[in-house]
Design a protein around this ligand. Structure first.
Ligand SMILES: Nc1ncnc2c1ncn2[C@@H]1O[C@H](COP(=O)(O)OP(=O)(O)O)[C@@H](O)[C@H]1O
Ligand SMILES: [Mg+2]
Length: 325
């Protein structure tokens, strides 16, 4: 990894909300735009990313990592048939790989950081366990997905709170008494009001006033991005706004809303066809939604067009949004 390598993690509070399908098309889109991209499956429990790329049985994957001490990264990088896009599978025969310990997570994280690419995309497993959160927290752009259902919105709220509280806990690793207070909050299980940053701030003020400023900058520097997937109506679109307000109110965090993707049979059909939906039909509605998301994410005006089975990408830097930000 160089200092300019972008790591984009795609996470969310629940399984089955479209993290893997969106992450795969996102990776394909970034690769087609000319970046060298590596897509990494970090869902060790239920890795299925290879199938979304049309690969039935990956030759190599992180199981090699669990079985051997020294790995040549090149052996794990699989071809995808999409130019500029390589893939690392999370698949494995290792029965213990779903619950890998934190040492292994740290090993994989340092492996990921050594990869050479313009963009590394991490497809995360579901939920708020520390493995997923730790992968999310190494990203330079953390994307959280939700569907419009209230259960998904609440789980995504918990995911974002867990990621923030984990950052705070790690930042205060040298201060067990502070760490205990943050960990004690158990943000994954708590209700919305119980563990807000406001409450944390007041506890800090009382017990650790010297660290209040550190806490402040940790909160201010946390800027997750949000995508609402499987949108079926105008009303569904409100979910993104509601979640953003909830996060602002209870966590004092500004979420960067990237956009939404509609519920569409074209997404499901692309899964059956084992081809990323952006590649299958770049002009479909969900693909156009995704193009908008990519534009916002990389601040470049891209248009994907398919002609005679080939995809062409027109590109233009959006200077305006930089100045508006
Ligand atoms: N926008 C969408 N429209 C229709 N179906 C979708 C959409 N997004 C996801 N799906 C369906 O949901 C399934 C689960 O998606 P997946 O990406 O595997 O979820 P996750 O990675 O969050 O567990 C997909 O196989 C697909 O059929
Ligand atoms: Mg998945």
């Amino acid at each position: 990894m160089t200092s300019t390598t972008n790591i984009i993690a795609v996470g969310g509070g629940k399984g089955g909300i479209g993290k893997s399908v969106v992450c795969t098309s996102l990776a394909a889109g970034m690769a087609l735009s000319g970046q060298r991209v590596i897509l990494v499956d970090t869902d060790f429990g239920a890795s299925n990313l290879h199938a979304l790329l049309g690969i039935n049985n990956p030759d190599h994957g992180f199981q090699d990592f669990f079985n051997a001490d020294i790995i040549d990264p090149e052996t794990l990088l699989l071809d995808t048939g999409i130019s500029n896009l390589k893939f690392i599978s999370g698949a494995g025969d290792n029965p213990g790989s779903a619950n890998i310990d934190s040492d292994k997570v740290d090993g994989i994280i340092s492996f990921i950081k050594k990869l050479e690419a313009d963009t590394i995309l991490l497809d995360l497993g579901p939920g708020t366990n520390y493995n997923g959160i730790d992968f999310f927290n190494i990203s330079t752009q953390g994307v959280v997905l939700t569907t419009p259902e209230i259960t998904s919105v609440m789980k995504t709220f918990s995911f974002i709170r867990s990621a923030l509280f984990r950052r705070i806990s790690r930042a205060f690793q040298a201060y067990p008494e502070v760490q205990k207070m943050v960990d004690h909050s158990n943000p994954a299980n708590a209700d919305t009001e119980s563990y807000s940053t406001g409450l944390l701030r007041s506890k800090f003020k009382e017990s650790f006033p010297n660290y209040a400023e550190n806490l402040n900058s940790l909160i201010n520097n946390f800027k997750p991005c949000l995508v609402v997937n499987r949108v079926r109506s105008r009303k569904d679109l409100m979910a993104g706004d509601n979640l953003r307000k909830l996060i602002k109110k209870f966590l004092e965090v500004d979420v960067n809303y990237l956009g939404y993707i509609i519920e569409s049979d074209q997404v499901r059909d692309s899964v059956d066809a084992m081809v990323p939906f952006l590649i299958k039909d770049p002009q479909s509605k969900p693909s156009k939604n995704l193009q908008q998301i990519i534009r916002t994410l990389i601040d470049t005006d891209l248009q994907f067009i398919k002609k005679d089975g080939k995809i062409f990408v027109a590109k233009q830097a959006c200077v305006s949004s930089k100045w508006e930000a």
